[in-house]
Write a protein that binds this ligand. Structure first.
Ligand code: PLP
Length: 383
């Protein structure tokens, strides 16, 4: 089927929720993608921070195919080892406690929201301006962006919004009726904006004072993306609840909500659940991704290559480079058109998050040579 035929079929049969770029990808390997016409691309988006260890990493392919051939699904009504081992690893490598596995970032946040309401019945949830926590009704209610929320009102009640950069405003919004404060340590969807350390510290203090849960959404900034397994680590602010998804499965849908020991048993049987979570194939995939990412040398390599990418962007003269590790955004006028030209003229995959913002989220396995190559292609576009 030609791309033109595919596009016409899509127009007729797929709900028009996405403004897709006119390219059909058919193969991936590491940081490279190939389209249906045989063109090779450099991927600096990784499926929005999902292909964390590159496309079709041999260890990931092997873990998935081996498990797929053995057992794919029985539901959470029965024991399966990959899911329980994954829960152990996620908890031990973050805040201890216990894990609820799910299928996506929005679901991980739904779990956190329900956990917060279990913790404090009817309690409010404080969120930051510019945040993105997902598209389901609960997660959407935590995503204070009018264009996304307004068509779907009424939303879930009880969400309170404070500015992203104002520790005093955050502290003032938390009181005895607050069930949780929910923060992405580095806002991703808004174009890569780190939340100031003072805001994270203020949130930790306010939550401690008023018995609220600090929920950190690591869906995009976690799993080694910043050169730390979790973005909260260098800030030194430990969450009570952490949500993970995107890169966790390296390309397969899996998410997790981790609750620290004090909150690990808030849910009782029947409080929450879903059919697919922790499926053996998804859990095996996540195990394989963690095997690569959860390694001190690998993570310091991410920091070093992140520094190289940041330095290169600054030398290109683009404005307002922000982020950490291999999660970087920058300002450029006409970002949407630039991302289209990057794809078409330079065979470089990048993402425009707004009219003047580009974000880069390459696979964490990207090499220095590939970073120099991408910078060269960006430089040609900006010239
Ligand atoms: C993508 C994202 C989500 C939603 O995840 P989905 O898997 O798309 O539901 C939630 N939080 C953050 C920070 C994200 O980047």
């Amino acid at each position: 089927m030609t791309l033109a035929e595919l596009r016409s079929l899509e127009r007729d049969h797929v709900m028009p929720t996405y403004a897709r770029q006119p390219v059909e990808f058919v193969r991936g390997d590491g940081c490279r993608l190939w389209d249906s016409e045989g063109n090779e691309y450099l991927d600096f988006l990784a499926g929005i921070s999902v292909a964390q260890i590159g496309h079709c990493h041999p260890a990931l392919v092997e873990a998935v195919t081996e498990q797929a051939a053995r057992l794919m699904h029985v539901t959470s009504l029965y024991y399966t080892e990959p899911a329980i081992r994954l829960a152990e690893r996620l908890a031990k490598r973050s805040v201890g406690g216990k894990v609820f596995l799910c299928n996506s970032g929005a679901e991980a946040n739904e779990c956190a929201i329900k956990l917060a309401r279990r913790h404090k019945a009817g309690g409010e949830i404080v969120v930051l301006e510019g945040a993105f926590h997902g598209r389901t009704m609960g997660a959407l209610s935590a995503t204070p962006q009018p264009a996304k929320q307004e068509p779907f009102a009424p939303l879930v009640p009880g969400f309170v919004v404070v500015p992203r950069d104002d520790p005093e405003a955050l502290a003032a919004a938390v009181h005895s009726g607050t069930a949780a404060v929910m923060i992405e340590p580095i806002q991703g969807e808004s174009g890569i904006h780190p939340v100031p350390g003072a805001v994270l510290t203020a949130a930790r203090t306010a939550c401690d004072r008023h018995g609220a849960l600090l929920v950190l959404d690591e869906v995009q900034c976690g799993m080694g993306r910043t050169g730390w397994l979790w973005a909260w680590e260098p800030a030194g602010v430990r969450p009570d609840v952490m949500t993970v998804a995107k890169g966790l499965g390296g390309g397969l849908p899996i998410g997790a909500c981790v609750a620290a020991p004090a909150y690990a048993d808030l849910f009782q049987p029947g409080d929450h659940g879903s059919t697919f979570p922790g499926g053996p194939v998804m859990a095996a995939a996540a195990g394989a991704v963690l095997e690569v990412v959860d390694d001190a040398d690998f993570l310091s390599g991410v920091r070093a290559r992140g520094d190289a990418l940041r330095g290169g962007l600054e030398r290109l003269g683009v404005a307002n480079v922000q982020g950490a590790g291999l999660m970087l955004g920058f300002d450029v006028p006409g970002a949407a058109e630039l991302s289209r030209r990057a794809l078409r003229e330079q065979r470089l995959v990048v993402n425009a998050t707004g009219p003047d913002r580009i974000r880069l989220l390459p696979p964490l396995t990207v090499t220095l040579e590939e970073i120099q190559d991408a910078l060269g292609r960006l430089g040609a576009l900006l010239a």
